[in-house]
Design a protein around this ligand. Structure first.
Ligand SMILES: Cc1cc2nc3c(=O)[nH]c(=O)nc-3n(C[C@H](O)[C@H](O)[C@H](O)COP(=O)(O)OP(=O)(O)OC[C@H]3O[C@@H](n4cnc5c(N)ncnc54)[C@H](O)[C@@H]3O)c2cc1C
Ligand code: FES
Ligand code: FES
Length: 499
């Protein structure tokens, strides 16, 4: 540790701010609107769903400026140390002309009542800045999935985005060197520790500083991306007396290939992890990780936060369990590694001692003959929580014999859990109609799901079995030939697995 700073500092637009007293859970949205008078950023849902509050957070990573759209309603001001925040008020160029995205929204009638418009504009500006986002129709849909509009029907907005993607540089391009130089001055490698009106904020500079702070303050609360914790504050109205913000700890932002597999540090976001995950888990990346929240949520939310949160309907754990991931835990200077499935003990209970934290996860690189699949089943394609998520890994010998089956489900029990009886029904068997039927029966014995607002117990059990059929149709040796009896069963039970 090179010293302690008693305040946080960041830019909003071109204005430099130092804050020595702020509640660690003060949301960026409230602060912008109530203390800065920047009311162009709107409050819609206050829970990360509607995108009306979208702002850009720009950071200097290495020597590269990285632009991210995030939901200001579930970002805490305390997480912005060292960043530049841009709001809709910053989008006009210094000469007063509209940003190319704003101009495209005008030209293509992308706004009616206008309430959602600032949020859309911010997502579109971020999309232009982020390589690989919004380059094609699907990319545009993905980029705008986190913004809701009640008026326009989206077609004009999508047209505006298509044109904005082709438009020339904006005024930020000309300012990039200045922005980088400014952000460079905010780098000091210092731990922040400050007292606010409702609690204490610590931003450890290193993972060692984190380990010791947590050991000394086991009742403190780690905040990574705040996409779960933010809702405890905005909807649960909870105060957190001591927040430890870990999102910018360099040691925790590592994405590395090790002899054991792909390592993701605890501060790696879903959006950052996706390219590496897609390399080893291409189908689950497409079917599951692409559908975690929205760009704004994936830009803030971390893979390890999804695990540490321990939700039975988190989308990451079932896929990562099926893939054989391990979780690395650290308490003080003591480290241990667990199979990910063993981390989840019961509803709301994980194998994590006071003062212990998740340092990262490792996902083994699948062998070439291993098939890994995951399917998220939810009422909407975008921005929805899973009713059920099934993830499957198995190795198929050339003669169709199954080995090493690993099957995990979310939404079927109090924790993300393996389907051990189903695995037993598959292991060593030939992948054929009879084995599928045996596995479908076994899955009923594996789980006794609940009925809740997302799905009935009957629906969950039926879909779980039907996902096995889907696996069989998708990658069994008889791929594409689903047996008639199973097909009839699917139809009768109303399988809308990809609904
Ligand atoms: C609009 C919206 C949509 C969403 N959609 C989805 C979805 O489709 N699928 C899905 O699975 N989730 C979804 N989520 C939930 C959330 O985005 C994910 O769970 C995310 O991965 C959480 O990561 P985070 O970094 O934001 O966690 P945080 O909110 O920062 O933390 C979550 C919990 O984990 C703890 N924690 C975080 N990091 C560590 C660590 N390193 N060690 C120990 N404890 C730690 C925190 O103390 C807290 O208890 C959604 C959330 C929102 C707001
Ligand atoms: S106000 Fe709806 S996402 Fe923030
Ligand atoms: S223009 Fe009215 S909500 Fe989008």
């Amino acid at each position: 540790m090179t010293g302690i700073r008693r305040y946080i500092r960041f830019y909003v637009g071109n204005a430099y701010h130092e804050l020595a007293t702020i509640a660690p859970t003060r949301t960026l949205l409230d602060w912008l609107r109530e203390e800065r008078g920047l009311t162009g950023t709107k409050e819609g849902c206050n829970e990360g769903d509607c995108g009306a509050c979208t702002v850009l957070v720009v950071r200097l990573e290495g020597e590269r400026l990285v632009w991210r759209a995030v939901n200001a309603c579930i970002q805490f001001v305390s997480m912005l140390d060292g960043a530049q925040v841009l709001t809709i008020e910053d989008m006009r160029a210094p000469d007063g002309s509209l940003h190319p995205v704003q101009q495209a929204m005008v030209d293509h009638h992308g706004s009616q009542c206008g309430f959602c418009t600032p949020g859309f504009v911010m997502s579109m500006v971020a999309g232009r800045k982020a390589a690989g986002l919004g380059q094609d129709e699907r990319g545009i849909d993905d980029m705008l999935a986190g913004n809701l509009c009640r008026c326009t029907g989206y077609a004009p907005i999508v047209r505006a985005m298509r044109h904005a993607m082709q438009a020339g540089p904006d005024h930020f391009d000309a300012m990039a060197d200045d922005m980088a130089a400014r952000l460079r001055t905010l780098r000091d490698g210092t731990t922040v520790d400050m007292a606010g009106p409702t609690g204490r904020l610590t931003i450890p500079a290193t993972v060692d500083a984190l380990a010791h702070t947590l050991l000394e303050n086991p009742d403190s609360r780690i905040v990574a991306g705040a996409t779960d914790v933010g809702l405890w504050v905005t909807k649960g109205l909870r105060d957190l007396p001591h927040v430890i913000a870990i999102g910018q700890i360099a040691d925790l932002r590592r994405i590395e290939v090790t002899p054991q597999g792909l390592f993701l540090g605890a501060a790696v976001t879903w959006q950052e992890a996706r390219a590496a995950l897609a390399e080893i888990l291409p189908q689950p990346d497409e079917e599951v990780f692409r559908r975690i929240g929205s760009v704004q949520v994936r830009n803030a939310g971390t893979v390890c936060g999804n695990i540490a949160n321990g939700s039975p309907i988190g989308d990451g754990p079932p896929v990562l369990i099926a893939a054989g991931a391990t979780v690395h835990l650290r308490r003080g200077d003591t480290r241990r590694t667990l199979a990910l499935e063993d981390f989840f003990i019961d509803y709301g209970k994980q194998d994590r001692a006071p003062g212990e934290f998740v340092e990262g996860i490792t996902i083994p690189v699948p062998a070439p003959d291993t098939v890994i699949r995951g399917w998220k089943v939810s009422k909407r394609f975008d921005q929805d929580i899973s009713a059920i998520l099934g993830a499957f890994s198995l190795t198929l010998a050339p003669d169709g014999t199954i080995s090493n089956p690993r099957i995990a489900f979310g939404g079927m029990a109090a924790t993300p859990r393996r389907a051990l009886r189903t695995e037993e029904a598959l292991a060593g068997q030939k992948w054929n109609d009879a084995t599928l039927e045996a596995a479908r029966a076994a899955i009923m014995a594996d789980f006794t799901p609940l009925t809740d607002m997302r799905a009935s117990a009957w629906y969950r059990s039926t879909v779980a079995a039907n996902l096995l059929t889907r696996l069989y149709a998708d990658c069994g040796p008889q791929a594409a030939r689903v047996p008639t009896s199973v097909h009839a069963a699917c139809t009768a039970t109303g399988d809308h697995a990809h609904g």
